[in-house]
Ligand binder design. Structure first.
Ligand SMILES: *[C@@H]1O[C@H](CO)[C@@H](O)[C@H](O)[C@H]1NC(C)=O
Ligand SMILES: *[C@@H]1O[C@H](CO)[C@@H](O)[C@H](O)[C@H]1NC(C)=O
Ligand SMILES: *[C@@H]1O[C@H](CO)[C@@H](O)[C@H](O)[C@H]1NC(C)=O
Ligand SMILES: *[C@@H]1O[C@H](CO)[C@@H](O)[C@H](O)[C@H]1NC(C)=O
Length: 397
């Protein structure tokens, strides 16, 4: 084709007009607002890791707050858990602790910070959900509740929404609704890297019991992957407890090794290994973290091959070698955040949530792990974020 140059240019111009280039927004970070009118705050992530303006999507449920030992609301650590919201494929799952429901939301393909509620929030048979895991392979979302009715229940999901939750697999925690803490409760529910097992950390009570690590095998996983039938979670779990641990809390799977780094605010980090045949868990090492006060959250950084952990009582991130668990760096962020609860490593960056303390605002610190510096500090106040905010999740489409 030999079009005159001007016509060709006009043609190109009109094609561009008819099909505007998408703005290449394909990443987002999410925080659960966990306010009375619960919502997910979605923030677009630009290629240099910087967060854009937050977008609020209501979950259709209510937030909630646990209580401390003196019966005060526990914010800025409202749920004493990791992963009150999680991502699977293009979906976000979020718990509503105040209304015992689970919400499913779908990310917009042009800007995943924009979410749409899929169906209605579904009722959970337990009380006070604090953590959710979702498996794209098994099309299964499992919730940990840690109130008067504590345990694990799961629901299948499709693009049309969540099915009904199955019956509670109880943990006898003798808790209340709302639960008191931080001791005695479910902290974190998550699937193994191959999605064939569901892991849950259950905090003990210092002086009374040491808690446990729970493993539920997934049934019918391969049949589900080939579309034949839906996968379910086994009714009974295999529990392991470890001398020297007491409050197993947030976890990070090291993808290349089957090792799991689990924080424990009574000393530091426990490195666990789950036998995929017997589902028994072994304590590989117990890594004290000097100066830790409330080490509770963990996230694996694929870019660094390290695990970042954060402390609920210190403005400090600690980076651990994912191979030998030695300390690689200790990061003091140049901001006024009292501490960070829940963190998410993604690409070269770590997103650390500080719900604030009523004086400081709820915000996210963006830490560049390669340049080893904070590159942004974003307030969530204009999105209605306050000291009840919990959880950080990341989605890349
Ligand atoms: C359960 O908790 C109540 C207080 O909430 C306590 O009085 C009771 O002894 C506990 N029961 C067991 C079996 O621990
Ligand atoms: C745990 O530690 C206690 C006290 O040190 C000891 O009596 C017990 O045998 C240990 N249990 C295991 C399973 O190692
Ligand atoms: C982690 O430790 C291994 C050896 O145990 C070493 O080869 C590797 O370079 C270390 N990684 C970092 C990030 O320090
Ligand atoms: C909140 O944190 C800031 C900075 O860490 C501190 O100066 C302030 O005293 C804290 N306020 C409360 C109410 O704890």
């Amino acid at each position: 084709m030999h079009l005159p140059i001007k016509t060709a240019l006009l043609l190109v111009a009109s094609l561009v007009q008819a099909h505007p280039r998408p703005n290449h927004q394909n990443k987002a970070v999410y925080v659960l607002r966990n306010t009375a009118e619960n919502a997910v705050i979605g923030l677009p992530v630009s290629p240099n890791g910087i967060l854009g303006e937050g977008i609020v999507t209501l979950t259709g449920g209510r937030g909630g707050t646990a209580v401390t030992s003196d019966q005060e609301p526990s914010g800025p650590d409202a749920l004493f858990s990791q992963a009150p919201l999680t991502v699977a494929g293009e979906y976000v799952f979020a718990v509503n602790p105040g209304s015992n429901t689970l919400s499913m939301l779908k990310a917009n393909h042009h800007n995943p910070a924009v979410l749409t509620l899929v169906g209605e929030p579904i009722p959970i048979p337990g009380e006070f959900p604090v953590t959710v895991a979702a498996s794209p392979k098994n099309k299964l979302a499992c919730v940990g509740t840690t109130g008067r009715k504590a345990g694990i229940s799961c629901a299948s999901f499709t693009e049309h929404g969540l099915d009904m939750m199955d019956a509670l697999r109880p943990y006898n925690l003798n808790q209340t609704t709302p639960p008191s803490g931080p001791p005695n409760g479910i902290a974190h529910t998550f699937f193994s890297a191959d999605e064939s097992q569901l892991f849950t950390t259950v905090k003990g009570t210092p002086g009374a019991d040491i808690g446990f690590f729970s493993v539920f095998p997934v049934r019918g996983s391969d049949a589900c992957a080939s579309g034949k039938k839906s996968a379910t979670l086994a009714r009974h779990d295999i529990r392991s407890s470890f001398n020297g641990t007491n409050l197993l809390f947030g976890s990070a799977i090291v993808p290349s090794s089957s090792h799991i780094f689990v924080t424990d605010p009574t000393f530091g980090v426990a490195v666990l290994d789950v036998n995929e045949n017997t589902h028994k868990t072994k304590l590989l090492s117990r890594v004290p973290i000097p100066g830790q006060m409330a080490l509770c959250w963990a996230s694996y950084s694929a870019a660094r091959r390290t695990v970042f952990v954060s402390d609920g009582a210190l403005n400090r991130l600690v980076e651990l070698n994912a191979t030998d668990a030695s300390i690689v760096s200790v990061v003091h962020l140049p901001n006024q955040d009292p501490s960070h609860i829940d963190i998410q490593a993604a690409g070269d960056y770590v997103y650390a949530l500080s719900p604030g303390n009523g004086t400081t605002e709820a915000s996210i610190a963006v830490y560049d792990t390669m340049e080893m510096k904070q590159i942004q500090h974003v307030s969530l106040k204009s999105n209605g974020g306050d000291k009840n905010a919990v959880g950080v999740a990341y989605l890349e489409l």
